[in-house]
Design a protein around this ligand. Structure first.
Ligand code: MN
Ligand code: MN
Length: 355
């Protein structure tokens, strides 16, 4: 197996040869992330035997109760990344304030991560993952500050995720396409198994949490209703629906076989304009999706263009097959037409409450 393919380390060395000015620090940082993911993969695979199920008894900055594995995953990332000193700062879903490198001027990069994505799936033994985003630290300061992370996603220099599924995979972009590596448990290395992952521009598959349908904005209602209307509706084809409730697993499915994912802005909780976090969920997944030829959007504009205003900011997120995402953006741009806005909930609508 090893003779036929490349390891993640070999891949990174080859990529680096294309950029003679690049330092080894970038590779060392990505490999430290990979090490954290390998370690977490082992922990997750032990399931209940690791004694890691259940709540940790703390509430994180998002107001969500932390699972024991959330805390362990965060500690694992910090531990693996602090040793090399290549990160000037680290922002995590599980920490209100970013970790700041105390050595002035040490580390050229900023890392933002969700150490364990989909952690509500842990207790039911479904796929979870880790997501990360790499930014360059601003040159004008020697010590990182929280505001340094507030860079649009288009400025990311690398992004990726690990998925802890039946197999553990690391999916990575350094800005030149998307590459998938599978962890070979025999030798403990990530091997390149999915070179140049791409997303077909069209699809017949969509993913959305339909229990929120009454809070959706009209363009999303219209889009979903047209999909549900199937072959006899305006789209003229039948669609399948999927929902895993783990961003990483949804992104991985779409990178593997296409589709569109929506967690749109809605009216459920006015304090949360969207559910997913911009800096360590939407931006890294958005970069991967765009690098694979798909499209990543807030629903109305490219997510990678958004200027962040706070480290833990939430945002509406729609991504996947290019033509579907463009259609959703078009529906947001069109002026609302009353007949089109509400058929979902009309007498003949698909979500009629007494049907
Ligand atoms: Mn998450
Ligand atoms: Mn998480």
């Amino acid at each position: 197996m090893l003779t036929k393919t490349r390891t993640l380390t070999q891949f990174l060395i080859e990529e680096r040869r294309r950029f003679p000015e690049a330092s080894g620090a970038f590779n060392s940082l990505v490999l430290a992330v990979a090490l954290a993911c390998k370690s977490l993969s082992k922990r997750v695979a032990h399931g209940a035997l690791a004694g890691m199920y259940g709540a940790a008894g703390e509430v994180n900055v998002q107001g969500e109760s932390q699972q024991k594995l959330d805390v362990l995953a965060n500690d694992t990332f910090l531990h693996c990344l602090q040793w090399g000193g290549d990160a000037r700062g680290m922002l995590s879903e599980e920490m209100e304030q970013p970790w700041i490198n105390e050595v002035d001027g040490q580390g050229d990069y900023l890392l933002a991560f969700d150490p364990l994505d989909g952690s509500s799936n842990i207790d039911v033994n479904l796929s979870v993952g880790s997501v990360f985003s790499l930014l360059r630290a601003p040159e004008e300061r020697k010590r990182a500050e929280a505001r340094d992370f507030l860079q649009p996603g288009a400025r990311q220099i690398a992004a990726g995720y690990a998925i802890y599924g039946p197999a553990t995979m690391l999916v990575l972009t350094v800005g030149r396409g998307v590459y998938g590596f599978t962890l070979d448990p025999e030798i403990g290395e990530f091997l390149l198994t999915h070179p140049r992952m791409t997303i077909a521009p069209q699809t017949k598959e969509f993913a959305i949490n339909a229990s929120n349908s009454r809070f959706w904005e009209p363009p999303i209602k219209r889009y979903v209703e047209e999909c549900l209307a199937g072959i006899h509706g305006p789209r003229g084809k039948d669609f399948n629906m999927r929902w895993i409730a783990s961003l990483v697993a949804e992104a991985h499915r779409i990178l593997t076989r296409g589709g569109v994912f929506m967690y749109p802005r809605d009216t459920k909780d006015p304090s949360k304009p969207g559910r997913l976090r911009l800096l360590y969920e939407a931006n890294p997944i958005g970069m991967l999706i765009e690098q694979a030829g798909g499209r990543a959007s807030t629903g109305s504009e490219p997510v990678l263009k958004v200027q962040p205003d706070s480290p833990h900011q939430r945002i509406g997120f729609v991504f996947g097959s290019r033509e579907e995402v463009e259609r959703i953006e078009r529906y947001h741009a069109e002026p609302p037409t009353p007949e089109l806005d509400t058929p979902l909930f009309n007498l003949r609508g698909l979500f009629r409450s007494n049907s």
